[in-house]
Design a protein around this ligand. Structure first.
Ligand code: SF4
Ligand code: SF4
Ligand code: SF4
Length: 248
């Protein structure tokens, strides 16, 4: 029997689901290998029981937590898809502000309407157990297909536990710190093929912190370039707001 797969979303731009659509021919292979039972973006009918739940987006409303717990109770495997789901993503910027101010800023005079309730943003694994994560904003397509292949073949996927710098150096890229850019590569999880530094743009941290980041080495780099920890922190706001290190 093919595994039943559900693709669902919480607060996000749905760009990671779009990356699934963009798999093109590979998408046809995937659709042929599984039984898709929920995917709001691509089909209208849905079934409520599935083996694999692929969850995009972060939890930003009180009701979301209950919905996510129901999904978890139905799925044998839960995959967090993309930075919004794996680390809270840019939605966590909200956590830097007073929630009442945020609501007023977004909804103006309607801010107190009950259906516009809001809460501190959480990554999926801050609410339920997550089995696998596909990191990045947007998620890295080859990593997603690799994970799905592993699950379908019953193999354990290898998710990088080293920083972006490793992939960047392996590609022979010049280090952007030498060109005045505060690149987060030393503390961010690899797996994207050092996508941004390879295009001469600093890593801004969309894959979240590597497990056990080498903080001392990062401090040495900061000192070498006459910067402060505060300078580095200011570059981590986009994807590092109130983020705790995540595993996996
Ligand atoms: S991780 Fe990025 S691309 Fe994916 S849903 Fe969130 S904001 Fe969109
Ligand atoms: S450019 Fe960034 S990722 Fe590449 S080696 Fe330098 S710090 Fe590391
Ligand atoms: S280089 Fe950094 S910001 Fe760019 S895709 Fe990789 S982890 Fe994300």
């Amino acid at each position: 029997m093919k595994p039943r797969v559900a693709i669902m979303d919480f607060s996000c731009c749905e760009g990671c689901q779009l990356q699934i659509v963009n798999l093109e021919e590979e998408l046809l292979d995937l659709v042929g290998a599984v039984d898709l039972v929920v995917w709001r973006e691509a089909m209208s009918e849905e079934k409520q029981w599935y083996d694999i739940a692929i969850v995009e987006g972060s939890v930003t409303r009180p009701d979301d937590e209950l919905h996510l717990e129901i999904i978890r109770s139905r799925a044998k495997i839960l995959i967090a898809l993309g930075a919004c789901a794996t680390i809270g993503g840019i939605n966590k910027l909200k956590n830097n502000f007073d929630l009442a101010d945020v609501k007023k800023c977004v909804y103006g005079k309607d801010a107190d309407m009950p259906h516009l309730d809001t809460a501190m943003t959480k990554a999926v694994d801050e609410v339920v157990k997550v089995d696998y994560k596909v990191h990045g904003c947007p998620m890295h397509r080859p990593e997603f297909t690799y994970l799905m292949r592993c699950l379908l073949l019953g193999k354990k996927p290898e998710i990088p536990e080293y920083p972006v710098c490793v992939e960047c150096k392996a590609k022979g890229n010049p280090c952007l710190w030498d060109y005045g850019q505060v690149c987060l590569g030393p503390i961010i999880r690899a797996g994207c093929g050092a996508r941004c530094p390879s295009a001469s743009f600093r890593c801004f941290g969309c894959r979240g912190y590597v497990d056990d980041p080498n903080v001392d080495a990062a401090k040495d780099v900061i000192q070498k370039y006459n910067l402060t920890v505060q300078d580095l922190k200011s570059k981590m706001v986009l994807f590092g707001s109130k983020q705790r290190p995540t595993n996996g």
